[in-house]
Design a binder for this molecule. Structure first.
Ligand code: URP
Ligand code: ZN
Ligand code: ZN
Length: 472
């Protein structure tokens, strides 16, 4: 059945205007004033913004980590994402050395099949480059539709790859048309500092932050940028937290290096002091890289505004406080890293960003949806409101005031990292390919309805503009 959304204000990455949207066969069929309503279900969006469905380019659902597995799986995670206005996620498929990459992809499909309530794609972790991996990569891009590879520069003896692997991944990705993503922290020095902290009897959560200082994120970011420049490659730095890293990305972009930066809501609104909360509550705020000193928040907001960072990922990676975070009561290195953020990613950015005039409404759409669609080969199917695009649409009430709480969130996890935070704005209804998944703030979708997205190759034409112009 056809649907028409009327009386709303459409906001894309470029424009804000009033028009009706006609939805037919999962797609946006027409946009215009006073479209004929005959035979269509009418959706009244008076007083609401209409955004393209959010694209979360950084999630970890049903992921094993530190001897446990994330609390949210593809079902609870994607339903919570939908409540928050996200209609597409790109999740990280972990791989194991010596095991065919295709096997890892199969495992990730099994996790998502019949569970995902919204559309999804995968990034693929690369931890080694050898003849077998080199032989598999072209088909992973062309046949599996996975056009982004993730390299960890930290988590020594777990996920960490060496610099030669990063460099060779950059070279391969350039040749094949994939975007390389890095977790940029200096894992070797972190390993030394954590061992030293434990030897000195320093076991509390705050030592997680103190053993991973911002200098080590800046150093790794700078190293990755230089390797990208040498490879003439393309790089996306995930979860940027601090000035040290922003400086390195900005410096490289100014030189014309094809490098992009993502930050996450937690780094914009929480800070290192949260790790010092009593009764082991600090463990709820253990992310890698860690929360930073408060002064970094304004640096990140400014970098978003100025285009030095371009996207907002949630880095959803949730563990219960009880029984999971508690694994590290006696030793901070055993606290599983990560937190629940998939549901509140867009609302926090709207409330703290748009409402507080740190970014514009159109920048908000770009950061939470459009830019990720462009970088990860989904545009214009996803990431915009245009004729022919998938009807992934968020009807957003910009006025409602509420407090974030684990009591009302839809993630499976037993706490909310933003507990009590007062925010303005909330998705009212959300459509995925023309079907309601959230209607009047209730989930009406179905687990398993989400489709796997085979993504296009990286579009090298996106390369940053250095700002240099021919002399006139
Ligand atoms: O603490 C975090 N970020 N956990 C998820 C894994 C990662 O490094 O992205
Ligand atoms: Zn990471
Ligand atoms: Zn992550």
């Amino acid at each position: 059945m056809k649907k028409i959304i009327k009386n709303g204000t459409i906001a894309t990455a470029a424009d804000t205007y009033q028009a009706d949207i006609l939805i037919e066969n999962e797609k946006i069929a027409m946009i215009g004033k006073d479209l004929p309503t005959e035979g269509a279900e009418i959706i009244d969006a008076k007083g609401a913004y209409i955004f393209p469905g959010g694209i979360d380019p950084h999630t970890h659902l049903d992921m094993p980590f530190g001897g446990t597995t994330t609390k949210d799986d593809y079902e609870t995670g994607t339903i919570a994402a939908a409540y928050g206005g996200t209609t597409t996620i790109i999740d990280f498929c972990l791989t194991e050395k010596g095991v065919p990459l295709k096997k890892a992809i199969e495992t990730w499909h099994e996790k998502a099949n019949e569970k995902a309530a919204i559309d999804y794609g995968f990034h693929l972790m690369i931890s080694e480059i050898n003849d077998d991996v080199l032989a598999e990569l072209p088909s992973i891009i062309d046949n599996e539709g996975i056009s982004s590879f993730k390299v960890f520069m930290a988590y020594k003896n777990v996920f960490q790859a060496d610099d030669a692997t990063l460099y060779r991944t950059l070279l391969q990705a350039k040749e094949l048309g994939a975007l390389v993503m890095v977790h940029a922290e200096n894992g070797d020095v972190i390993d030394y500092l954590t061992k030293q902290a434990l030897a000195e009897g320093n076991t509390d959560p705050i030592y997680h932050a103190l053993t991973r200082p911002p200098e080590l994120e800046g150093e790794a970011t700078g190293r990755a940028a230089i390797l990208t420049e040498m490879a003439n490659g393309q790089l996306y730095v995930v979860h940027v937290t601090c000035e040290d890293a922003v400086e390195k990305i900005t410096e490289a972009r100014n030189k014309g290096v094809d490098i992009w930066g993502e930050t996450c809501p937690q780094y914009l609104v929480l800070d290192q002091s949260y790790l010092e909360k009593p009764h082991f509550e600090g463990s709820k705020y253990v992310w890698s890289p860690p929360l930073r000193e408060k002064k970094n928040q304004e640096v990140l907001w400014n970098a978003l505004k100025m285009g030095q960072l371009q996207t907002i990922g949630s880095d959803q990676c949730s563990f219960d406080f009880k029984g999971q975070k508690e694994l590290g009561r006696e030793d901070f290195t055993k606290i599983p890293n990560g937190g629940p953020t998939i549901e509140d990613r867009m609302s926090i950015l709207f409330s703290e960003g748009v409402m507080k005039e740190r970014i514009t409404l159109n920048q908000f759409v770009d950061m939470t949806s459009t830019r990720a669609a462009k970088l990860f080969g989904l545009f214009p199917k996803k990431g915009t409101i245009a004729v022919g695009s998938d009807a992934d649409i968020v009807i957003f009430d910009p006025k409602v005031e509420r407090a974030i709480s684990a009591e009302t969130h839809h993630m499976a996890v037993d706490y909310n990292a933003f507990e009590g935070m007062e925010i303005t704005g909330e998705p009212v209804s959300v459509l995925s390919r023309g079907q309601f998944v959230i209607k009047d703030k209730q989930f009406v979708g179905e687990a398993g309805k989400g489709q796997f997205l085979k993504r296009a190759k990286y579009n090298a034409a996106l390369k940053p503009d250095t700002g240099k112009r021919l002399p006139v």
